[in-house]
Ligand binder design. Sequence first.
Ligand SMILES: *Cc1c(COP(=O)(O)O)cnc(C)c1O
Length: 383
Amino acid sequence: MNWQQRIEQALREQQQQNAYRQRQVHYGVNGRHVALNGRCYLNFSSNDYLGLSQHQAVIAAWQRGAERYGVGSGGSAHVSGFSAAHQQLEQQLADWLGYPRALLFISGYAANQAVLAALMRNGDAILADRLSHASLQEAAHLSPAQLRRFQHNRPEKLAALLQKKCLGQQLVITEGVFSMDGDTAPLVELQALAQQHAAWLLVDDAHGIGSYGDRGRGSCWQQNVKPEILVITFGKAFGVSGAAVLCSDFLAEYLLQFARHLIYSTAMPPAQACAVQAALHCIQQGDHLRQQLQSHIRQFRTGAAQLALPLADSESAIQPLLVGDNQQALQLAECLRTHGIWATAIRPPTVPLGSARLRLTLSATHQAQDIERLLEVLDVATR
Ligand SMILES: *Cc1c(COP(=O)(O)O)cnc(C)c1O
């Protein structure tokens, strides 16, 4: 097969499996609404859980940051891209979450790649929850370590893997709140098991940070667990973009030497670090936003249970409706659209085969009447 045939075949297969992905151009979006195709939809597909992407204080901080520092960082953090705004943000994150150090990354994807690439060696094992994010799974595949996956949220399966012989070091990986299922990892059990075997624990709390725990400190704080490596991202509840790795002093120093995604990549713009600082402040003061979100989650789950909708076991802002078949998931999303509701059908390989779903996400910026409307439409659409 030549290049053209290879690519055409892959595209054809993607279409045949109803797995073809397309982007949609929007003309304005926030946690509550999205304007697309000349129409305004209620938005139930955003990760902007607290609505901070539109928060005046965050926008103003970005603007002031741009005026002070310009729009770009001008280089990698090791060369000339590390500003006072970056340093302050790292310190604020470390203090907030009770870690000696925080290191900024341009994205959660890069952070996960960087950490695994820098840490893992031949003979090591990565023991990962089966539903861990693609960025973790891919990093694990690319690393010289062996990837062993355990059944989702089943510590006893991890225990069995930990019994297996491993010549090197073992790293246990999980998400805090799972991105496509919305359920929470049993972090206490996972950490205890890791400790028994002198393994380290990495928790990717992309969907937990900001939305849960005292002052928004996320899943780990909520469960009183302190993993050796905590990855947080700023593209979800923070409403911005970027990520940080929280860890010990000596691991931070190690990553500064060996994390190639830091060394060979332009640092995030300082103005963005200013915006993330402002978002962090909103999160720390954001009990009212988290209460609002919790109230929407309760309202949705109560209503959905009354309608006997196929709810997943999730107490978080991520409320998937399990459909199964790709085509049916797409049809359901389409039907919602005709009723003015935007929600995305999530299909394999993002989720396991045969578990296509409508991934609904709730935001503090929704109003009770929006949830009510969502339930009405779902009632009609699933008949
Ligand atoms: C979104 C997400 C990432 C990637 O973060 P980006 O900053 O968007 O690259 C990593 N892990 C999990 C669990 C995520 O949901």
